[in-house]
Design a protein around this ligand. Sequence first.
Ligand SMILES: Cc1cc2nc3c(=O)[nH]c(=O)nc-3n(C[C@H](O)[C@H](O)[C@H](O)COP(=O)(O)OP(=O)(O)OC[C@H]3O[C@@H](n4cnc5c(N)ncnc54)[C@H](O)[C@@H]3O)c2cc1C
Length: 459
Amino acid sequence: MTNLAETTGLRDRISGEVVGPRDPEYDEARAVYNAMIDRGPALIARCRSVGDVRAALEAGRDAGSPIAVRGGGHSGPGFGTIDGGVVIDLSPMRTVEVDPDRRTARVQGGATLGALDAATHEHGLATPAGIIASTGVGGLTLGGGHGYLSRRYGLTIDNLLEAEVTLADGRSVRASETEHPDLFWALRGGGGNFGIVTSFTFRLHPVRNVICGPTAWPASATADVLSWYRDFMPAQDEDLFGFFATMTVPPVDTFPEPFHLHKACAVVWCYLGDPADAGDVFAGVRDMEPAFDGIGEAPYPGLQSAFDGLYPRGLQWYWRGDLFRTVPDGAVEAHARFAEELPTMHSAMHLYPIDGAVNKVGSGDTAWAYRDVTFSQVIVGVDPDPANVPALKRWAVDYWEATHPYSVGAAYANFMMDDEGQERVRAAYGTNYDRLAEVKATYDPDNVLRANQNILPAR
Ligand SMILES: Cc1cc2nc3c(=O)[nH]c(=O)nc-3n(C[C@H](O)[C@H](O)[C@H](O)COP(=O)(O)OP(=O)(O)OC[C@H]3O[C@@H](n4cnc5c(N)ncnc54)[C@H](O)[C@@H]3O)c2cc1C
């Protein structure tokens, strides 16, 4: 392999580190969150500034190398690393600046959700994002981003005010409703196709403590609980969010010992309203007589990092997603069956509500095309042992095939692998695909940024 770390002279041109195959930290630097991904980049540029990003991008282009951009490194297909190419690793760019008066946060492109939540929480503020603190703000936002606050405050992209972007040709521009509005539209759901976002500015909302936690039932109750949940959840006020899960109860203190390692179904709740009303709000849930009720008050970042210990970096992951308007009886039956067949302790299915505020934005207003769906589903086969990968994949694909006919025929792009074909990518962007292809042709006509759910440039 050409020693790009030496031949590009990049070490002398950037303030961050450049790691090549001969460096002792190479294995650590090339690894991403999903340990199933094992790729050998020519170099990893740990960028500290917009200038570093530009120099690394130019070095990759000049060498004719494939380029990967890494935010938090959480992509299932491992888009944050690439064989024989240049990795632009944004993780040193992780500063979060909060303006409490304007209720905004300016977040560098390599920050994690944990850093964002910690900084905004100091001011009793938050913006919608995903449920694991080590996830990158970059990839999550560019794909759309949904989480506990989404029924009330929308997708992460619905709270994006502007972005600083280094384009494929090295220029840096600002994208907002008034500057490069076509680019701003595409960034909100179109993934990393259009440029390298070095900073995001988000709108924040008052969120401090929340009433939250899991309620769980034995796996044998999955059909009954899911049939209830599919109707209960969409009928609730937007202040209540609960995602449904099929799972194995982990052996952690949150759950009483007799439940440990039993297969279960659960709903993990987050209530943003007045704690005094929580008794009434959760009355309907308690009518379902959960075997375990862990609802209590917690600081919002506590909920946001509740699963971090269960899902550390370095596990094997294979996932499949789909979007649903409802969960018909046929799908309920499939969930009940596969809940009993979870292949490993870490494997699970999550059904996230994305109605409420998410549905108040038009399908063409941002690149996220599916504003009339109710649930975003992800089936995750997860285990520490690489020997279990075939079983994880088989279970996830079989499960996905059993529920897919009841879906809208497309997934949230951030819940896709890279083995599902270009038609699935096209479906993920739906009615917005052709317009996205036009924007791609404007900002990255040579498809330099293609380590993503790739939108092919029009023409
Ligand atoms: C454990 C786990 C939990 C998750 N939970 C949720 C959830 O609750 N809600 C949700 O919406 N999603 C969730 N996801 C999915 C998550 O949104 C995606 O995996 C996302 O791609 C992660 O972003 P990242 O920056 O960490 O990933 P990376 O692998 O670094 O990047 C993913 C993609 O985004 C691009 N990218 C990243 N940063 C930038 C940037 N600054 N500029 C340009 N391109 C960039 C990369 O090139 C790549 O194509 C979860 C994922 C995991 C593994």
